[in-house]
Design a protein around this ligand. Sequence first.
Ligand SMILES: N[C@@H](CCC(=O)N[C@@H](CS)C(=O)NCC(=O)O)C(=O)O
Length: 344
Amino acid sequence: MLNKFLATGIAAAALVGVAGTAHAGKDLDAIKARGSLTCGVPTGVAGFGLADSQGKWVGLNVDVCRAVAATIIGDAEKVKYVPLTAQQRFTALQSGEVDMLSNNTTETLTRDTALGFDFGAVTYYDGQGFMVNKKLGVKSAKELNGATVCVQPGTTTELNLADYFRANKMTFKPVVIEKVEEVRAAFFSGRCDVYTNDSSALYSTRVANVPSGQSPNDYIVLPEIISKEPLAPVMRHGDNQFVDIVRWTQYAMIEAEEYGITSKNVDEMAKSDNPVIKRILGVTPGMGKALGVDEKWVYNVVKQVGNYGESFERNVGKDSILKIDRGLNNLWTKGGLQYAPPIR
Ligand SMILES: N[C@@H](CCC(=O)N[C@@H](CS)C(=O)NCC(=O)O)C(=O)O
């Protein structure tokens, strides 16, 4: 009997311990104590994450870091950016060098489980493509048998490439290069026939990185999209509250777009009678408390960073050099996949 009670007691203590760990919010506490968020970003992908000529980080992924800082700290400027190659990113997150990644990482099962991570919402629905020099005369990926292909290591790109060629009974010669500027140089100098990456990165490279003396029109992105690449922020598994905050910050940007709340009109919108808008903007309190942040969290995010559509158009869409269509990244009400669960 005694043993049974003892065993129950130990089990109960263990349970409390587990629950205590899950809710301890170690990562969130560290961010608050530091007064800034440490965000892993790409080393330089125009539109997605790039330091401009003044050293200021800009891009769709950078805006997610800024928005999370606005939610937790109330100030989108309180971010320390750590540029990482695709190869370095997961070690940097596991070791605690960064609080989160917002850098064109694809959500996959093994990254979510075996690597010990959690994913936020999808920042950008992408898919893998191929870019070639026009003078090759290739019109379809099915014509790439025997090609030399430039690819970055530690990526889903590398794995999908092998799958695609095997499935289509073709061979290829990989040229595997870690640094993005080196892989671009190899491709543009003709060392590889093909550059494969997420199509977002291909469009970005074609617009922003073609060397002088060549033109973006010398290159085409082939029509085939060979994979699903849902790009999402990544956090270490274990601090549920921090992961919730990242995910709901992204949802808030999407929800704000859906309800027409922008960085320009948010003060006006805060006077709205619409109960949904009042709840989103914290005029009716409750959502901030539930998430463990200031009631003005969405107001801060939208005022300082903008809604999802504003961020998209400014960084990669019609107001940017990339001119990427909203496509899959349009709101669900406009034929896209961006859909936020309700803030209530
Ligand atoms: N989405 C793929 C590919 C990611 C990837 O290769 N990203 C590159 C090109 S966009 C990148 O961001 N590299 C960071 C860098 O080297 O700057 C993955 O998660 O494996």
